[in-house]
Design a binder for this molecule. Structure first.
Ligand code: AMP
Ligand code: MN
Ligand code: MN
Ligand code: MN
Length: 310
């Protein structure tokens, strides 16, 4: 079992717990190294880092950036980022800025389908209004009795192609990777098994093209063990990691006690042959014991990533 959880959400994006509650839950479930990776926003990191220190946990600054690659929405996790690095801060501001207008269009589309009041309803669930997103709409639609749970709302109304889906242009892949890398972080392709075309996952050819481009622009790791992957997908993406010489990451993608694919921590081990992404920072900590395991330039106790991998 892995005691690293490098992908989860608080109510700074579309999770239901506060950053401190996420950290406490992770500690209670045996997580030793945690990254909070809210969508397109880093505002939860200070609170989470302080809570992690109280629990004696190693904390990694994280973020999950929404990207449009060709016609696909893909997510890039940044680990060990510097939350005050200006290009990253302004890049994320740009990514978030479209969310309000998108939400209005979603509400209009749902209203045309006979479901009213969703804009106000969704904002009631968005602790951070700048980060209004589909999950907040989904929670309101469950409350209003349209579906039994969040997942069925996506299947019926919010997934690509459904009534309430509004196409949107997020960040450019190379930009997202460069904001992360420029801030001293590691760029990780999140949950590659979740990129669907209709009911089918992205084909092999497209996945190869995505990974080639990701590596060419500085991507270094891929999520192999994700809360939203099946065991067959652990093996599949471990093979891609080998083929593209990528480091491997793991995370629950926890959003809340009642609506996650999987609870925090206690993730199964990587398939054999995977090189864990934490080699990047633990190598440095081991070779220079005066450093802590924190990564990222913002940290006063900065640990640089291995130069040849930066
Ligand atoms: P947005 O960034 O507003 O498009 O929202 C994306 C979020 O919606 C993801 O991060 C997930 O939390 C959630 N989501 C996407 N697809 C599903 C699904 N099929 N079931 C449950 N949640 C989903
Ligand atoms: Mn989410
Ligand atoms: Mn994601
Ligand atoms: Mn996520």
């Amino acid at each position: 079992m892995l005691d690293y959880d490098l992908h989860c959400h608080s109510n700074i994006s579309d999770g239901t717990l506060t950053p401190a509650e996420v950290v406490a839950r992770a500690a209670g479930r045996g997580v030793k190294v945690l990254a909070l990776t809210d969508h397109d926003d880093m505002d939860g990191l200070d609170e989470a880092r302080a809570a992690a220190a109280q629990h004696g946990m190693v904390f990694i600054n994280g973020v999950e950036i929404s990207v449009t690659w060709r016609t696909h929405t893909v997510h890039i996790v940044g680990l060990g980022i510097d939350p005050v690095y200006a290009p990253l801060v302004s890049g994320l501001l740009g990514v978030r800025s479209g969310r309000g207008a998108r939400a209005e269009k979603m509400a209009e589309a749902l209203a045309k389908a006979g479901i009213g009041g969703t804009l106000q309803g969704a904002y009631r669930y968005a602790e951070n209004p700048n980060m209004i997103g589909r999950t907040h709409f989904a929670r309101y639609l469950v409350e209003a009795g349209h579906c039994k749970d969040v997942r069925s709302v996506f299947g019926r109304y919010l997934a690509n192609g459904k009534t309430g889906y509004v196409p949107h242009r997020w960040a450019v892949l190379a930009d997202a990777v460069s904001w992360i890398r420029g801030s001293g972080g590691v760029a990780v392709l999140a949950h590659p098994g979740r990129y669907m075309i209709g009911r089918h996952s992205m084909g092999k050819k497209t996945m190869h093209e995505l990974l080639s481009e990701f590596v060419a622009c500085g991507g270094q790791a891929i999520e192999v063990v994700s809360g939203s992957h099946t065991p067959e997908q652990y093996a599949e993406f471990a093979r891609y990691a080998g083929e593209f010489n990528l480091l491997c990451s793991c995370g629950s993608d926890f959003h809340g006690p009642d609506e996650s694919w999987r609870d925090m921590g206690r993730l199964p081990d990587f398939p054999l042959g995977c090189k864990p992404v934490w080699q990047l920072w633990e190598h440095d900590a081991a070779s220079n014991p005066s450093n802590t395991l924190d990564v990222g330039r913002a940290s006063a106790r900065h640990v640089g990533l291995k130069p040849d991998l930066q």
